[in-house]
Write a protein that binds this ligand. Sequence first.
Ligand SMILES: NC(=O)c1ccc[n+]([C@@H]2O[C@H](COP(=O)([O-])OP(=O)(O)OC[C@H]3O[C@@H](n4cnc5c(N)ncnc54)[C@H](OP(=O)(O)O)[C@@H]3O)[C@@H](O)[C@H]2O)c1
Length: 382
Amino acid sequence: MAEGTGTGGSAPRGPGDVTPAELAAMDRALALARRGPAHGPNPRVGCVLLDAAGRTLGEGWHEGAGTPHAEVAAIAAARASGADLAGATAVVTLEPCAHTGRTGPCAEALVRAGVARLVYALDDPNPAAAGGAARLRAAGVDVVGGVRAEAAGDLLRVWAAAVRAGRPFVTLKLAASLDGRVAAADGSARWITSAEARAHAHALRAEVDAIAVGTGTVLADDPALTARTAEGTLAPHQPLRVVVGRRALPDGGRLAGPGGEVVHLPTHDVDEVLAALAAREVRHLLVEGGPTLAAAFLRAGRVDEVVAYVAPVLLGAGPAAVADLGVATIGAALRLAPRAVERVGPDVVVIADAPGRTPGPADHQTPADDQVRAGVRTEEDR
Ligand SMILES: NC(=O)c1ccc[n+]([C@@H]2O[C@H](COP(=O)([O-])OP(=O)(O)OC[C@H]3O[C@@H](n4cnc5c(N)ncnc54)[C@H](OP(=O)(O)O)[C@@H]3O)[C@@H](O)[C@H]2O)c1
């Protein structure tokens, strides 16, 4: 194993200072972290405890708010198997927390357990929880950060961006015809996209904390706003169902049926919506339209990501997916940076970062940023 930076035993150490066993344990910890729920206020975290010979003593992952953090779960698993943790190495995907939330600080739990070394991937972006690495270093623990930081950053992309921005990460979902329309001239909108695309969208709903639509969509479509499984049953996790707009909601209707709690926010102020949802610990909001609400979020610069389903259907008339954005000339177009383009049944889904998005942990100079710049330059050069 390489030595530290030479500025003293307590200096932060980089990702080069790890053993192959620790790297393998980090990959395992990342896989464990993925077992946790994508929704909820807390990050997905995994932890593996190793002995001095690199053998696994215990593993754990965080299963959601109110349950033990990954480190505490791994300590419990190790103890249950009778392992001695004195001198152990903790390999964790996120810097151990230093605060007491619903559970106690993990940094303290690791020190009390006798852990001598910590290898972690990502610094905690949450100012309320950060400082765990420093606390462990102060207790004499050898600390190495930044190991597999990119993979951990990808895993925590939405959560970390939401925590940094202090508001929910916003995904705007669109489902449009090939000519960009979300309803026919008579207002009918069921269904433009295929059953496969709708199943894809339901899987997305099952991963978010809240879904928002405008009152116009509720009055026109009477949507249930539930997350359903491929079999058509309700998914175990149901997001909050948020309706934005001043008109009263109709009594009854599908929103009165089973699903997440219905929250009516009688406002047109996008930041008021986000603040109200942040207060409910919403980290990931899926805005599902209609065109007026979509445009409001885009104009406010509060869309981080767009997931657009495009069906090979032509309507020729009917509302566009997004209402007026105030774009008067092509140079002012809102250009997105695509991350993925996939076939979904007969349709296509484009997943793209929006320019106003909040920076994530691995976003200092991403290919996506380059694409945005390249796109803008091409236009200017013509
Ligand atoms: N294909 C699809 O995926 C899809 C998805 C959704 C909707 N749609 C279609 O879209 C159509 C409805 O369009 P829509 O634009 O009326 O729907 P909308 O965006 O859901 O609702 C518009 C209403 O939201 C309220 N609102 C909330 N925030 C606002 C803001 N910042 N600025 C202005 N208004 C705000 C206003 O109502 P108040 O007067 O109550 O304040 C406004 O009239 C329907 O035909 C529906 O089928 C299609």
